[in-house]
Write a protein that binds this ligand. Structure first.
Ligand code: GRF
Length: 309
């Protein structure tokens, strides 16, 4: 269904408009190639966000270019083939619609939303789901004009949605992916089945350690410090019908320091969460998740056919 929609009339038209630009962008890349000393070394994943520090473009562009085109324009020759592939990859991919689930401050939601506004994520936050209508994440959504729906229904919040109604609502918003960002309720099995391989959660420890019911907020970091573990860090995993047991997709390591308080460790882990969640959702929206035969999901490195992280 998704790939069927990928070639809508509008996208076809924009592809036709962009493709003739390639020769001029490539020749600009050659101009940059003469100044190789001022270009940053290529790296596998972060390259698109880097710019040469002392490089002044000699060609003023009137119309804004998509991010991948900009990267191509600054690419050293050795990178241009790979980046050209990235451009071609993105042209065929439909922008995704995201539902973000929040219960707290919403800093992960905010970083995802900002990344989508900057064009780094090939998708948009279409709706926010919360069990706490007054939480920071919900208020941020209201400020930004993003629709908020309450879930799950309970006696203290009778206007919130049932699982069935939530699925109907998400379908109305044509949501592709559900992103849990500090959502404290268990996702019901109906939702898991309605969105197979399409729901992600971020957890502030290296799963499978320090996860499961009761491991949330500072409790996680207190347990990590008390255990004597020397490393912690966020995990992003697909969601199943239990807390924190779905397939692990990405992790990042944060050292636990000898004198860390739970708050200090939490702050360092949260900083990494913001980077990691954006990178993972970027890959998700660009359809770069690949499922290994044993059921482990991998993230394909952008512009590479057979390399993963
Ligand atoms: C994060 O630490 C996340 O890992 C966990 O809940 C926290 C949410 O923080 N699931 P925020 O609301 O995104 O600031």
């Amino acid at each position: 269904m998704e790939s069927g929609q990928a070639n809508s009339g509008v996208e076809k038209m924009s592809m036709q408009l962009m493709i003739p630009l390639l020769p001029c962008i490539q020749s600009r890349a050659c101009v940059c190639g003469e100044e190789k000393m001022s270009l940053p070394p290529p790296s596998s994943f972060h390259y698109l966000s880097q710019r040469p520090q002392n490089y002044t473009p000699s060609l003023k562009l009137v119309n804004p270019m998509p991010k991948a085109f900009k990267a191509l324009a600054f690419a050293p020759d050795s990178e241009s083939g790979r980046l050209k592939n990235e451009v071609e990859e993105n042209l065929h991919i439909r922008r995704k619609k995201l539902a973000v689930f929040v219960s707290g401050g919403g800093s992960n939601f905010k970083s995802l939303h900002e990344a989508s506004l900057q064009g780094r994520i090939h998708g948009e936050v279409s709706v926010v789901v919360t069990d706490k209508p007054g939480c920071g994440g919900s208020e941020y959504a209201n400020e930004k004009g993003i629709p908020v729906v309450c879930f799950p229904r309970r006696s203290s919040l009778p206007t919130a949605l049932s699982p069935f109604d939530l699925i109907t609502r998400l379908r109305e918003f044509q949501v592709d992916f559900l992103l849990l960002a500090g959502f404290l309720k268990l996702v019901p099995v109906e939702l898991v089945q309605a969105y197979p391989r399409s729901i992600l959660n971020i957890h502030p420890s290296l799963l499978p350690s320090f996860g499961g019911k009761g491991y949330y907020g500072l409790k996680v970091h207190k347990a990590v410090i008390a255990s004597g573990a020397r490393y912690s860090g966020p995990t992003i995993h697909f969601v199943d019908e239990h807390f924190d047991t779905g397939r692990i997709l990405a992790q990042r390591v944060v050292p636990v320091l000898a004198k860390d308080t739970p708050e200090e460790l939490a702050a360092r882990v949260l900083h990494e969460e913001h980077q990691l969640y954006v990178e993972v959702v970027e890959a998700l929206c660009e359809e770069r998740i690949v499922w290994r035969n044993d059921g482990v999901p991998l993230i394909r490195i952008k512009g590479r056919q057979d390399e993963y992280w």
